[in-house]
Design a binder for this molecule. Structure first.
Ligand SMILES: [Zn+2]
Ligand SMILES: [Zn+2]
Length: 245
């Protein structure tokens, strides 16, 4: 059985007092974290999910609320968990350099330490199918700030098809990636459109039929979405929500 557990579902700034982007995908062949915000260790602890259950972290893009939690995840795995099994960190091209530089900048360097486990970086160039263990992943380019190397993730998880938008505004090629998905986890930062680089609810309500997915679930909710949760036509995620896939 595959399960999806939402560790963090807020926008970049913690709207509604919730945690930032991190989604745990639990499969019969291991666990994969989609994005790893700085609040991820807190979320995993709160939900009783050990870091050792995470075999890989797949990063959608290089914004802090999606990958800046990796250094502390690695350090806690070394010193607190005494982890022994490998950890894969996958992401857009340049992922290793970006994570190493971020770790150095915030004083949680991950280089020059004695590592009791293998930390392996894997690049996910758009369109290429890569086996990450718990899932096979293919990334695709999305519409977001280009300097963050923005990608969505198309995942095969134990015979099921999961698509994660990462951060993106609407772009006309999106349905090509979501069509036929069992579950599409889509960012929805705003209720009414505000920036072209983020999705808005009004756009999604109108265009949802084009997506062609079995189930659509909204995450990365900003203040205007967070305060409307439970009053909307489309389904929204919340921290700690667990669903079967
Ligand atoms: Zn974000
Ligand atoms: Zn972003």
């Amino acid at each position: 059985m595959n399960r999806v557990i939402f560790i963090g579902t807020s926008d970049a700034f913690g709207a509604g007092g919730r945690r930032q982007a991190a989604i745990f995908v639990e499969t019969t062949s291991g666990g994969l974290l989609l994005d790893c915000a700085p609040t991820t260790n807190t979320g995993l602890t709160a939900l009783g999910i050990p870091r050792s259950a995470v075999d890989g972290i797949a990063v959608s893009h290089f914004h802090a609320d999606h990958f800046a939690g990796i250094p502390s995840f690695v350090l806690a795995s070394i010193y607190e968990d005494r982890r022994r099994h490998p950890l894969v960190v996958a992401g857009p091209p340049g992922v290793e350099a970006r994570v190493v530089a971020a770790a150095d900048a915030i004083g949680h360097s991950i280089t020059g330490r004695e590592m009791p486990f293998v930390l392996r970086f894997v690049e996910l160039p758009a369109g290429q199918l890569v086996d990450l263990g718990p899932a096979r992943a293919r990334s695709f380019a999305v519409h977001h700030q280009p300097e963050s190397c923005p990608h969505g993730l198309d995942l095969e998880v134990g015979g099921r098809h999961l698509v994660y938008s990462g951060d993106t505004g609407w772009f006309d090629d999106l349905p090509r990636h979501t069509r036929g998905a069992d579950l599409f986890l889509c960012e929805c930062t705003f209720h009414t459109p505000l920036f072209a680089e983020h999705m808005a609810y009004r756009q999604l309500v109108e265009r949802a039929p084009l997506l062609g997915c079995e189930r659509l679930l909204l995450t990365h909710l900003g203040p205007s979405m967070s305060e409307r949760r439970g009053q909307l036509e489309l389904e929204t995620a919340d921290d700690g929500l667990k669903i079967e896939l």
